[in-house]
Design a protein around this ligand. Structure first.
Ligand code: ATP
Ligand code: MG
Length: 576
């Protein structure tokens, strides 16, 4: 790690401000959530199974599961599957897989804490009936247009529905007939009876149940009425005895209704004190990334990317295939912290976390990405001499990589210049460099084709200069370049990924993110890698010296035919 990176890492590893921990500490001190047989901290991560998880969700997962871990509580994985139309088992499966991959577990000594909101449909229904009977809710039979018009707006109070004061018995009868399937979608709706003049629009008699003749991926055709999100969500939390219900800031204005629902249901005997409390934090916005599921779906459906797990996608499956580790993503989430102020996190932060995680772990290897032939004219014909290099420079116990050197090598095209610019210490006619882990060579000339392209570089080597031998100390050269032996190098496909958008905030302020795509977000090249790379299993991370961190693609790479994805370069060059 360069000094620069070290300093950055130290800076960002400073304790992240976390107002939630202060709240929890206070609750623990006051004994607020001391309950028989239950931990004092129960959080939840409540995804809707209507898409793949993205890096924003990772922030919420790390936060909720992290709090549970640190306070010896528990975190529930709960599928918020109350909207039948967009949800699917495929999404349930990938979400389970992604949360586990990130390193979190909902199984504890006291059971498995994987839940589905759809398992609570009977309870939601019973609470809605109770609210109607207690005069806290009614069936509204206005048309959708009238309902919208009567809601008012920020400057104008709403108008009571003409059905607001219909007898509870009439509402109850209609609600039961809604459930029995007697009506079409939109004919009736159940609304909480709160205050049509409230300055908070969410309190103007919000809908709690609607008719939807739709098949649900878990309950099938059992129901044709479904609870609204704002009604179901607090009840899910209360049913599961959540203590701290953490969500993103846009739900701040929904909190009064969250509290209202739980209070009324508690009065009705459905729950006991202490009940869950909602807290809001700022969502993650990452530069060069969009995180709305709808927008991500657009990228997939319009074939801008190869799928949800395209290594350029900010989905968890995308980051995983790109080569990110769960540890790097956790480290990133720790570093960005949790606050109530919206802002943008620079993409270099997540790359920094990746580098800091991989640098001590990743084995080193050599790859020549833009090959140019180097011919050592005085090297013995058909002879291959054994060379070796450490698997990891700081871990000699991890042993050595073996490869050979011969007369014809591949070097990086950029490591030769016909006419050197100032400060260039690599190969140019008359200059000496060290072939890393091999010999010192002196450049003697080069070949050009008819178009003026350099096709090969010539040099002579000094047989007594081999790295690791006493003679090597006699050679002082400024340049040190990497290479592979043409006789034993393995050809491999390398996928060089870059940011997906050319704009740092591609969907902010109404910008059309689809017009800001980076046409060069993927470059596929044929490279030469050192011979040991032929044996690498898929999904193996390593550092190609001088080039960056790479992973063998988990889908397309095979032993004997490796395919590498560049995770990130060695230094931060993003957006430069
Ligand atoms: P989208 O807006 O893309 O559809 P969503 O928020 O509706 O995403 P959910 O499945 O409802 O997706 O989200 C599950 C949880 O993840 C919620 O608690 C939500 O607050 C949280 N979450 C979603 N996006 C982010 C983000 N960018 N940063 C932090 N948390 C997020
Ligand atoms: Mg949502």
């Amino acid at each position: 790690m360069s000094n620069d990176n070290k300093n950055k890492a130290a800076e960002s590893a400073a304790p992240a401000s976390n107002f939630l921990r202060n709240i929890i500490d206070a609750d623990l001190a006051s004994g607020k959530y001391q309950r028989e047989g239950l931990p004092s901290v129960i959080t939840r991560f409540p995804p809707e199974p209507n898409g793949y998880l993205h890096i924003g969700h990772a922030k919420s997962i790390c936060l909720n599961f992290g709090l549970a871990r640190d306070y010896e509580g528990r975190c529930h994985l709960r599928f918020d599957d109350t909207n039948p139309e967009k949800e699917d088992q495929e999404y349930v499966d990938t979400i389970i897989d992604s949360v586990q991959w990130l390193g979190f577990d909902w199984n504890r000594a006291d059971g498995s804490h994987l839940y589905y909101a759809s398992d609570y449909f009977d309870t939601f229904y019973a609470i809605a009936e109770y609210l109607i009977q207690a005069g806290h809710a009614y069936v509204d039979s206005q048309s959708a247009e009238d309902m919208a018009a009567n809601r008012g707006d920020f400057s104008r109070p709403g108008v009571n529905s003409p059905f607001r004061d219909r007898p509870a018995s009439e509402s109850l009868d209609l609600f039961r007939r809604m459930k029995a399937g007697e009506f079409q979608g939109g004919e009736h709706i159940v609304r909480a009876k709160i205050d049509m003049a409230s300055p908070n629009m969410n309190m103007r008699d919000p809908a709690i149940y609607r008719i939807r003749h739709a098949h649900h991926h878990r309950t099938g055709d059992k129901w044709c009425i479904y609870p609204m999100y704002d009604f179901a969500h607090p009840l899910e939390d209360a049913i599961e005895k959540i203590t701290h219900s953490v969500c993103t800031l846009e739900f701040q204005d929904h909190r009064p209704f969250y509290d209202w629902v739980i209070q009324r249901a508690t009065e009705g005997g459905f729950f006991q004190q202490p009940v869950p409390q909602q807290y809001e934090f700022a969502r993650l916005n990452l530069t060069y990334v969009v995180t709305s599921k709808r927008k991500l779906r657009q990228l997939v459906e319009q074939n801008i990317v190869s799928g949800w797990d395209d290594p350029r996608m900010p989905t968890i499956v995308g980051f995983r295939r790109r080569g990110y580790t769960p540890e790097a993503i956790q480290l990133f989430c720790e570093r960005i912290g949790v606050s109530k102020a919206d802002g943008w996190i620079d993409y270099s932060t997540i790359e920094g976390a990746l580098r800091d995680d991989l640098d001590p772990k990743a084995p080193r290897a050599t790859a020549v990405l833009r090959p140019l032939k180097l011919i050592i004219d005085n090297f013995p014909e058909n002879e291959q001499i054994a060379c070796s290099a450490p698997v990891h420079p700081h871990h000699p116990e991890r042993g050595l990589r073996e490869f050979t050197i011969g007369k014809e090598l591949w070097i990086e095209a950029e490591d030769f210049m016909e006419e050197p610019v100032k400060g260039y210490f690599r190969l140019f006619p008359g200059n000496k460099v060290r072939l890393r882990y091999g010999y010192v060579v002196e450049c003697t000339g080069f070949d050009k084709d008819a178009d003026g392209n350099i096709t090969a570089v010539h040099c002579e080597y000094f047989p007594d200069s081999k790295s690791g031998t006493p003679g090597s100390a006699n050679y002082k050269v400024k340049g040190n370049i990497h290479w592979v032996n043409a006789a034993d190098a393995v050809q491999a496909e390398v996928r060089l990924y870059d940011r997906l958008f050319t704009d740092a905030t591609p969907d902010a302020g109404g910008k059309d993110f689809m017009s800001l795509l980076n046409p060069n977000s993927l470059e596929v090249i044929q490279a030469y890698v050192e011979p040991g790379m032929a044996q690498v299993e898929p999904d193996t991370r390593l550092q190609f010296e001088r080039h960056g961190y790479f992973v063998t693609d988990r889908k397309d790479s095979q032993v004997g035919k490796p395919v590498f994805n560049r995770i990130t370069t060695l230094k931060d060059s993003f957006g430069k």
